[in-house]
Ligand binder design. Structure first.
Ligand code: NAP
Length: 309
């Protein structure tokens, strides 16, 4: 029996991957999307999405991704679950290796996105699931009427701090500088929320716990070097993201931070392999830009396949 050669295999099912899937399926390309966990990507752990056009008043992350999936189904996108270990460029065919066997395709779109960055401090790893979390939307409700801490100063940290304030008795936002990176509209809301206290110029040095879980944090003042203790049973880490590209080492060119280098048309260093969304270097990390990338990559793939029959 001959092995199926897909026109295109899309790796990753967040907004970029699903949009590429929608466009490729609608263009009648034999398209398979492979996703490691659940469709929707990082948006699935976002409480409210209020800057994706067409949804005045906002929409929850999971609801928006449900709509993306339904839309893809309308055009018959094929989806499978699996983890890609590498891609082998065999010229006109790309061999996508997974633990469950190989997939073959004439073109590949990498849309694996990014995952939350770790602090790398003592105690962090040991306390994951026992007080240390990377997702307030997932774990915030466990912290009813107790104080919690969140580390970071970007949009994610501020949004999550506000989400946590719905449950916690108090939220400490720990930031390493005296100015937030988050957009102004979020900063205004943060200031108006009297349950949130910002601990400026502080880093988390160590997470301490006992057999009940996290008990307290050691903080350090970035100006004076002075150390202090913050008692809390919950630490949410929101210090940015790292691209999911470990399986691409030696496959396509990556920049120093591990993002896939492409041209403006999502073309990587290898012909027939494209990258879209948060995994791609130098692009704004938003659902709207991921969607634009997914559409661009699909259009470029369609053109590439028709020229390389
Ligand atoms: P981010 O914008 O990269 O911010 C990361 C924050 O963590 C920064 O404040 C940074 O401090 C701090 N940080 C980084 N490494 C640290 C460390 N080792 N120790 C302590 N603090 C550290 O990440 P993000 O907030 O996750 O956002 C990622 C992208 O998604 C951004 O482009 C953001 O705009 C986007 N996003 C958008 C929305 C939205 O539009 N609604 C929501 C969420 C995320 P410094 O400021 O000092 O560098």
């Amino acid at each position: 029996m001959s092995e199926t050669v897909y026109d295109v295999v899309i790796i990753g099912g967040g907004p970029a991957g699903l949009t590429a899937g929608l466009y490729c399926s609608r263009a009648r390309l034999n398209t398979l999307l492979i996703e490691k966990m659940i469709l929707g990507g990082q948006v699935m752990i976002t409480t409210d999405v209020e800057n994706y056009p067409g949804f005045p008043g906002g929409i929850t992350g999971p609801e928006l991704m449900e709509r993306f999936q339904t839309h893809c189904q309308e055009f018959g996108l094929q989806v499978t679950t699996g983890e890609v270990s590498t891609i082998v460029d065999e010229g006109k065919i790309k061999r996508i290796k997974t633990v469950d066997g190989d997939l073959l395709a004439r073109a590949v779109i990498i849309a694996t996105g990014a995952s939350p960055r770790k602090l790398g401090i003592p105690g962090e790893k040991e306390m994951i699931g026992r007080g240390v979390s990377y997702c307030a939307t997932c774990d915030g409700a466990f912290y009813r009427n107790v104080p919690v801490a969140i580390n970071g100063g970007g949009d994610t940290a501020v949004e999550e701090a506000m989400f946590l304030s719905r449950f916690a008795s108090k939220v400490y936002l720990i930031h390493r500088r005296d100015q937030l990176r988050a957009v102004e509209v979020l900063q205004e809301r943060l200031k108006a929320n009297d349950k949130i206290e910002v601990l400026w110029n502080k880093t988390v040095q160590e997470a301490h716990g006992d057999n009940t879980g996290l008990t307290h944090l050691t903080l350090e003042d970035t100006q004076s070097g002075e150390q202090s203790t913050l008692e809390t049973t919950g630490l949410f880490v929101a210090i940015g993201v790292t691209p999911i590209t470990h399986f691409l080492e030696g496959v396509v060119d990556l920049n120093d931070d591990g993002y896939v280098i492409t041209d403006t048309q999502c073309q990587t260093s290898v012909e027939g392999i494209y990258a879209a969304g948060d995994v791609r270097s130098g692009v704004l990390k938003q659902i709207a830009t991921a969607v634009g990338d997914g559409a661009t990559a699909a259009w470029v793939v369609e053109k590439f396949l028709s020229e390389n029959n």
